[in-house]
Design a protein around this ligand. Structure first.
Ligand code: ADP
Ligand code: FDM
Length: 212
């Protein structure tokens, strides 16, 4: 009998919402319960495309806005064969940012419509669950100063938040809004509950195609 597939679980949210903290805690919890699980993050800065993106984010290079949008998308597509292989092997993937960040960040730039921004990611493996870590800009600011990377300003992050809110109206995606202002442990409990439900149901469903 073929093994049951893993679930594709994505965490999204603005900067400092706690995505990386929670991805790591979820990974650990699922590992400890004996479930096969791996973590991924986008952008994946380890590839040739990822290095171009990383230099851009660190302001070591400038790239035209459409071009960098397509590079972010290409950075996801280059991982698709590996993602599909792991999911088919029964490994659940916990992913720190995905196409929703891609659309929300480029869509927050002047002159971009969400429709254009979504096109390059149409057909990617569709997440079984997207948890949006909701945190107000005031509370995010209490978690420390922004770093030096591109996009790390409160005005841009507010624009990004608005684009995420638009994307969350899409009923074709299993969005769950998580109150990220709670303690790390309480947020973790919420995320674990949603993830376990999803892992159990995804076993019996075919992997979908994003925005198709
Ligand atoms: P993101 O990946 O969304 O940018 P991080 O996980 O890196 O966020 O967390 C940003 C900062 O906020 C870190 O210093 C982290 O320790 C802290 N943090 C994360 N979750 C919480 C929480 N629930 N309450 C308070 N501080 C948190
Ligand atoms: N980002 C991330 C994008 O602009 N497009 C994308 O497709 C993705 C996945 O890159 F500012 C932005 C979001 C954030 C930066 O930062 C990546 P981290 O700290 O590596 O998540």
């Amino acid at each position: 009998m073929a093994c049951k597939r893993g679930a594709l679980i994505v965490l999204e949210g603005v900067d400092k919402a706690g995505k990386t903290t929670q991805c790591q805690k979820l990974l650990q919890a699922l590992q400890q319960s004996g479930r096969p699980v791996e973590m991924m993050r986008f952008p994946d800065r380890s590839t040739t495309i990822g290095q171009l993106i990383s230099a851009y984010l660190q302001k070591k290079s400038d790239l035209e806005d459409h071009t960098v949008h397509l590079l972010f998308s290409a950075n996801r597509w280059e991982m698709v064969p590996l993602m599909k292989k792991k999911l088919e092997q029964g490994i659940t993937l916990v992913v720190d940012r995905y196409a929703f960040s891609g659309v929300a960040f480029t869509g927050a730039k002047p002159g971009f419509c969400l429709d254009w921004c979504m096109k390059p990611d149409v057909g990617l493996p569709k997440p079984d669950l997207v948890m949006f870590l909701q945190l107000s800009p005031v509370e995010a600011a209490l978690r420390g100063q922004f770093g030096e990377e591109r996009y790390e300003t409160s005005s841009f992050q507010r624009a990004v938040q608005q684009k995420f809110e638009h994307l969350m109206k899409d009923p074709s995606i299993n969005w769950q809004v998580i109150d990220a202002s709670k303690s790390v442990d309480d947020v973790h409990k919420d995320i674990t509950t949603h993830s376990l439900n999803t892992i159990n149901t995804a076993h019996n469903l075919p992997l979908g195609e994003l925005w198709k």
